[in-house]
Structures are given as structure tokens and as C-alpha cells.
Design a protein around this ligand. Structure first.
Ligand code: GN1
Ligand code: MG
Length: 340
């Protein structure tokens, strides 16, 4: 680690693991002058880490030019001048300033927090509405393509671990039963009323910085910023803020829907995005939650059947627990289909 820190001219710094991401590894760096966030990029997931740096740089330059008041957290230059460095035997690293007096939340505990977070994700897309999203590199091809995720699920049923398949049989059948969500997604993306915009693609609440008064400041974790549909961002907020317990919870009885949080997400996002969204898009808020929850259930179960090759797991059956959790959440979303 010393070698990496010295690439950023930090010699007397202490490191401490930070955050709860499943893909990259993150540390907080305590240096005499100020604090930083150091991240190692998972290259099994992000095959071209330089593409992330390229996207973040393009967006940082655009925001700096057109919206200089927006606090955008971009990586610092290493001594070599690069935003991202390769350390032999250790991988790719980047260093960001730690925004003092800000904090992140692991779960939304009040509707106001859900509103603030949704507003920040809406604001981010709105501020970039004049930016040509096709300039962005695709950091994970077909990341939120539900047709692909469904196909990968079918492949894992065909080729996955036999014992795990037997164990997950009833959950597999439940997921197959909801294939109509894939069909609805396909008809949507084929419709020109659904626009491609700069999309964050990972809108969990821990990816928003809050200030001491509880107001949203900006969004973070910019690895999956790519052209995408609004259903990805609104849907992932519904998936992760509406239930009082996270995807890690094994007691599915605790998974309930907090309708006031749902309403706050739609209000916060719409307060920024209502003039950008088409009338057809505005009718799909509830579908977006089902779309993302279903996709996450497919991804967790696929990974379980493939012997946990993608997501970090802490115990045997962890991905199966997550998949059951997400399937339960999907059922709850179907039950309250009529809330607006
Ligand atoms: C991953 O690493 P993290 O927690 O930011 C995943 C998201 C999932 C999420 C589920 C690149 O995000 O798509 O929604 O886990 N990111 C990637 O917790 O696959
Ligand atoms: Mg992420």
C-alpha cells in the first residue's frame, strides 16, 4: 500500500477499510493535511478501468464548465498525471478527496432522506441533459439489459451447480414465472418515448453524500455512469429505499413496503426531472421498481448457481438469501401495484 500512496505523494498516511460495496475495495486515508478515499477497482467486473477514469474526467470537465456550483468528487491526479494508477501485483487504484462534514447512509430511515437522495440522482441526470451521453465509454456492456440477465439466468440453470439447483428449485420457478417483466422491458426499450440519458446505474442511498443538516450534496460511485433509461435509477431507489431492511436481510417477514418512502422517491426525482421525462415514461415509475428488483433477484440467483463468481459472499448460501429477499420484495411490489 505504501507504494500506491507514494504514487499520490502521500507518505505519512494511515488506511482504514471504508464503506459496504460488493465490488470494489475502499479505504479511508488519513493524511496529515487532509483525508482521502482510496479505491481498488475490481477488474473482473470492470475490464477496462481506464474507461471509468475517462468517463469521470469527461463529466467532471462538462460540469465544471456548465455547472461550476455542483460539487463533483473526481479522482486526483497521481504524480504521473494519471487519474488512475496500476500497481503491479495489486491492480488499479484511484484516490479521491474525502468530503469533510459529509456523511453517507446505509439505509433510508426517513422519507425526507429518500426524497433528498432521489433529488440528487435526478439532479445529476438533469445537469447532464445537454451532455451527449453517447460519448461515454461502456464500462460494463449491457449492464442493465434485462434480456441479457434473463438469458444468463437460463444459462446458469442449464450449466450451474447441480446441488444448488436442487436447493433453489422453487425460487428458480418463481423467477421463471415472472418472465413477463422481461417482455415489458423489451417493449419499452423498443419505444422511442423511452430516452437514453446519462444514468448512474447504482442509486443505493450509500451513493449519496449528505451534509450535516441532512440535505443531499451530490452523488458518488461513478463507475457505472453510462447511457441508460430512467427506470434503472428510479427502480434501484425503489428497490433499496422502500423496504426498511436491505437485500442482506434473511428474515423475509421484515420486508415490507413503506409507501411514504415510495412517494418521496417519485417526488424527489420528479422535482428535478419532470420537464425531461416523457408522458409515457412518467407512467412507468412502479414498473421501474419491479424491473430493478427482478433483475437483482436474477443476478443474485444466477451467481449462486454459478458458485458465487461475481458478488462477494460472506457465508455459504449468501447469494441465495439475497435472491429470496429480492423475490419477496418483488411480491410486495406486485401487491401494491395501485399506489401512485
Ligand atoms: C453491486 O458494489 P456495489 O455494492 O456498489 C453491483 C450493483 C448491484 C449491487 C447490489 C458493478 O454494487 O449492480 O445492484 O452490488 N455493481 C456492479 O448490492 O455489479
Ligand atoms: Mg457501485
Amino acid at each position: 500500500m505504501q507504494e500506491i500512496l507514494s504514487s499520490f505523494a502521500l507518505t505519512e498516511a494511515k488506511l482504514e477499510p471504508f464503506g459496504s460495496g460488493l465490488i470494489n475495495r475502499t479505504w479511508k486515508v488519513y493524511a496529515p493535511e487532509r483525508n482521502y478515499i482510496l479505491q481498488r477497482i475490481n477488474v473482473d467486473v470492470f475490464k477496462q478501468p481506464q474507461d471509468i477514469a475517462y468517463n469521470v474526467r469527461l463529466i467532471a470537465d462538462y460540469l465544471q464548465k456548465y455547472h461550476p456550483g455542483y460539487q463533483f468528487v473526481s479522482p486526483l491526479h497521481a504524480a504521473s498525471g494519471d487519474d488512475i494508477i496500476f500497481c503491479k501485483g495489486n491492480g488499479w487504484f484511484r484516490l479521491m478527496p474525502f468530503v469533510e462534514n459529509s456523511f453517507t447512509l446505509d439505509v433510508a430511515t426517513t422519507p425526507e432522506q429518500a426524497y433528498e437522495a432521489a433529488r440528487q440522482f435526478g439532479r445529476f441526470t438533469r445537469l447532464l441533459s445537454g451532455f451527449d451521453s453517447t460519448q461515454l465509454k461502456i464500462t460494463i456492456p449491457q449492464f442493465h439489459d434485462l434480456s441479457l440477465r434473463y438469458q444468463q439466468f437460463l444459462n446458469s440453470i442449464a450449466n450451474g451447480n447441480e446441488k444448488r439447483k436442487r436447493e433453489a428449485r422453487s425460487l428458480i420457478n418463481e423467477l421463471l414465472y415472472h418472465k413477463c417483466i422481461v417482455e415489458q422491458y423489451q417493449s419499452m426499450v423498443g419505444n422511442p418515448a423511452f430516452k437514453l440519458r446519462v444514468t448512474h446505474h447504482d442509486t443505493k442511498i450509500s451513493n449519496v453524500l449528505f451534509d450535516q443538516s441532512g440535505k443531499g450534496v451530490c452523488v458518488i460511485d461513478l463507475d457505472t455512469i453510462m447511457p441508460g433509461y430512467f427506470i434503472s435509477d428510479v427502480g434501484d431507489m425503489i428497490r433499496t429505499y422502500v423496504s426498511p431492511v436491505s437485500e442482506e436481510e434473511c428474515d423475509v417477514e421484515k420486508i415490507v413496503l413503506r409507501e411514504d418512502f415510495y412517494v418521496s422517491i417519485i417526488e424527489g426525482y420528479s422535482d428535478e426531472m419532470k420537464d425531461q421525462l416523457t408522458a409515457m415514461e412518467k407512467k412507468q415509475f412502479m414498473f421501474s421498481g419491479k424491473f430493478m428488483t427482478y433483475m437483482q433477484a436474477l443476478r443474485f440467483l444466477t451467481d449462486y448457481l454459478n458458485n458465487d463468481v461475481y458478488y462477494g459472499v460472506k457465508y455459504e448460501g449468501h447469494n441465495l438469501v439475497r435472491a429470496k429477499n429480492q423475490m419477496t420484495l418483488l411480491k410486495r411490489l406486485h401487491e401494491i401495484d395501485d399506489i401512485k
